[in-house]
Design a binder for this molecule. Sequence first.
Ligand code: PLP
Ligand code: ZN
Length: 365
Amino acid sequence: MYALECYGCGTTYDINDKRWKCDCGSFLNIKSDIKFEISLIDNKSSGLWRYRRFIPIFNNESVITYGEGYTPIVQEEVYDKKVYLKLDYMFPSGSYKDRGSTVLLSKIKELGIDNVVEDSSGNAGASVAMYSAKAGVKADIYVPESTSKGKLVQVEAFGANLVLVKGDREATTNAVMSAAKEKYYASHVWNPFFFEGTKTFIYEIFEQLGNKLPENIVMPVGNGTLLIGAYIACKELLKSGYIDKFPKFYCVQSENCAPLLEVLEGNYCEYSETIAEGIAIKKPLRLNQMAEIITETGGTVVTVSDSDVKSALKEIMKKGYFIEPTSASVIAALKDIDVRESAVVELTGVGLKATEKIGEIIKKH
Ligand SMILES: Cc1ncc(COP(=O)(O)O)c(C=O)c1O
Ligand SMILES: [Zn+2]
């Protein structure tokens, strides 16, 4: 049983309805009775499509995949803390966004849509462009002008139409919204199928740690595609009794842009630019949903300064992990949090797209 369900007014729509929002204007979630079941994992598949039975794509011919997922998990000592690093920067497009895109573009193929628009701070755009190439879908990708060059090159290399927008991330969203009146909005934020892909990182951690979850999961949060995916997957694990509580979600935001802290604790945040470009989302669409998840599951928000992100990036690169600045925010957060019990830290984006910015950090910091 599947349906699209409005977050705002509760109206439900057929799961195959070609809509990306409710008539009332709010965003949609997927209502389902999916339960995680170890015996239903497809062990012949070495990537995330081993969880095929828990992903709401109905026809096998619709699946658009590069064999992505099941990324390594390694033990590491960072700031004197023993943690597991989940290497989610090891994806075909260089970021964990491929988890969401493989499912989203599969759904788009299943719906017979061949023209889409998407907006992003870079990584999601590059990822959607890559999967669109395989699906034979024409994609217009809107990104802020300030985006790392590596991400822009990627979008164009995959044959998508790159639209550069002046101003911040919000200006980009405004620009795409008018384009989305005519074309299907393959948004990693609005479209709930994206979260059916991002949720798989939790399944992987569960398997990799011997069929259990850690006490703590540390992840970067901007629009919340990881946080919401984590919540969905943990609910599915709870439903089938494999876990009896949620891990603690440590949601990392930049000190310069921390809307979650504002909504949860009333701390006013003066917004300014940050080196963590991927989480610089002033007004995330799903802010209230994210705050509810954090409250319900006993999670917390940690903010990090740009200068801490820069030193964390240097620290982790010296150990051989070449990640982008946004991705180092979780390492910076480790300084301030008590993770004596097991913790998995999500590394989300590869450094190769941001070599200029990383070069500056190595020199100046
Ligand atoms: C490398 C990286 N990490 C984390 C995030 C944050 O993801 P979200 O905005 O879905 O919370 C992004 C988003 O673009 C990203 O590019
Ligand atoms: Zn509605």
